[in-house]
Write a protein that binds this ligand. Structure first.
Ligand SMILES: Cc1cc2nc3c(=O)[nH]c(=O)nc-3n(C[C@H](O)[C@H](O)[C@H](O)COP(=O)(O)OP(=O)(O)OC[C@H]3O[C@@H](n4cnc5c(N)ncnc54)[C@H](O)[C@@H]3O)c2cc1C
Length: 390
């Protein structure tokens, strides 16, 4: 049924009678969106994902509404997942001074557990061949790619999309420069039950990091924080760290005092890199976090992942239709489109993160925001984009 609906939404053409057109590495938001977009245009797509669905991911789970018009064109309707609608933001300094604002574009809260699984089902229904396997290596040999997987051997493709997220063993094999540098950031996430407003995204600062709190589906509350390892390493475990460091902010303390964790253990990840990355590596097109990651406090990483898939897929579809002829032209079109769409956002995110993590600038920012509250939505807009229509 879904497959029929997706077909109706697209003007289908069959570009080439080949079984080796596109390989997508990674089935997160960028990879699954790319696969659905291309398969909807009659392109044969094989997607490799090393994990099984559904699974939890460390993420604040707030998605900006800017992606909705594009997802609509792909037949993706997130309302099926009953997300919460989020239109207000609250930002507190580590001392507990607090600012309120509306979220200019608004967004919605839904767990990655449900969302990625939903996209996975849609991708399968739209004809994507999804293979649960880890990609170990990718080589470009004159005019085709050779993709080596852990369990299923070798695959060929005309194009490879690297949608393998912020940090993968594959980046090491490919020798991407950012992977050589250590990153001090680690992140923790869990779902809670408790009392929290339905429409609010709270961003509370604490020593060495910040914590996002917002609702997702089924009245659950996502709590996700990013912290510098230097701040974390003095504590023996997560509970001690949360009690002594996060709860020094009275708003976080107030939340934890009444909330109940729904996970056996919070999830954690480390080595989160915000370094600049290449958009192409040996002709592999990189999308989502594999191409570059905005600081999580901006709440725009998922939108960027989805929009980067959109930019690339539009270019690839045109090339399959015969509009863009050479691989150099395709690569340069993608780089240009990506930079045009995201460079300013990433720069704004870097500036904002350095202000938020500096205790003096944080209080100064609070004083400005409290005196001129109308400036806050404008600042948030700098870290977000406009919807890109197909
Ligand atoms: C602490 C934190 C909080 C965040 N909060 C928000 C938020 O509230 N809002 C927001 O918009 N963004 C947020 N983000 C950013 C957001 O999570 C990412 O930008 C988004 O998940 C990127 O999607 P992706 O598809 O590029 O990568 P991912 O979702 O990470 O998907 C990559 C996939 O590739 C797979 N993979 C990796 N290597 C291989 C391989 N070799 N072979 C096969 N499969 C492989 C992985 O298993 C994974 O499923 C947050 C990030 C962090 C760290």
């Amino acid at each position: 049924m879904i497959g029929i609906f997706l077909c109706l939404k697209f003007s289908i053409f069959i570009p080439m009678n080949r079984k080796d057109q596109v390989i997508v590495i990674g089935g997160g938001l960028a990879g699954l969106t790319s696969a659905i977009h291309l398969a909807g245009q009659g392109i044969y797509v094989q997607l490799f994902e090393k994990n099984t669905y559904p699974t939890h991911k460390v993420c604040g789970e707030y998605i900006s509404n800017e992606i909705l018009p594009y997802w609509n064109t792909l037949g993706i309707d997130v309302n099926i997942l009953h997300p919460t609608q989020l239109d207000e933001v609250q930002i507190s300094t580590k001392k507990g001074n607090i600012l309120h604002s509306t979220l200019p574009l608004g967004g919605f809260g839904v767990s990655r557990y449900s969302l990625d699984h939903h996209l996975y089902e849609l991708a399968k229904a739209s004809g994507v061949v999804i293979i649960q396997d880890q990609v170990l290596d990718v080589r470009f040999d004159t005019n085709k790619f050779l993709v080596t997987t852990k369990s299923n051997g070798l695959f060929n493709a005309a194009y490879v999309i690297g949608a393998h997220g912020k940090r993968s063993g594959l980046d090491k094999t490919l020798g991407r420069p950012f992977i050589q540098r250590k990153s001090p950031w680690l992140a923790v996430k869990a779902h809670y039950s408790g009392i929290f407003p339905d429409n609010l995204v709270a961003l509370h600062n604490f020593e060495g990091g910040y914590c996002g709190i917002s609702k997702i589906e089924d009245d659950k509350i996502n709590v996700c924080y990013l912290v510098n390892f230097e701040s974390f390493k003095k504590y023996q475990n997560l509970n001690d760290f949360q009690d002594q460091v996060l709860c020094a902010n009275p708003h976080i303390r107030e939340f934890f005092e009444q909330a109940h964790c729904l996970f056996d253990q919070p999830l954690s990840i480390s080595q989160i890199s915000f370094d600049r990355k290449s958009l192409l590596h040996n002709h592999i097109f990189l999308v989502g976090d594999a191409a570059g990651m905005i600081h999580p406090l901006c709440g725009n990483g998922m939108a960027m992942a989805i929009q980067s898939a959109q930019l690339l897929c539009q270019i690839l579809v045109n090339s399959f239709k015969g509009e863009t002829q050479t691989s150099e032209a395709i690569e340069s079109a993608y780089k240009k489109a990506w930079k045009h769409q995201f460079s300013k956002r990433l720069a704004a995110g870097r500036i904002l993160q350095s202000i938020v993590l500096n205790p003096y600038l944080q209080e100064f920012g609070y004083a400005i925001g409290a005196s001129f509250p109308a400036t806050i939505p404008g600042i948030i807009k700098q870290t977000h984009g406009k919807a890109i229509l197909c």
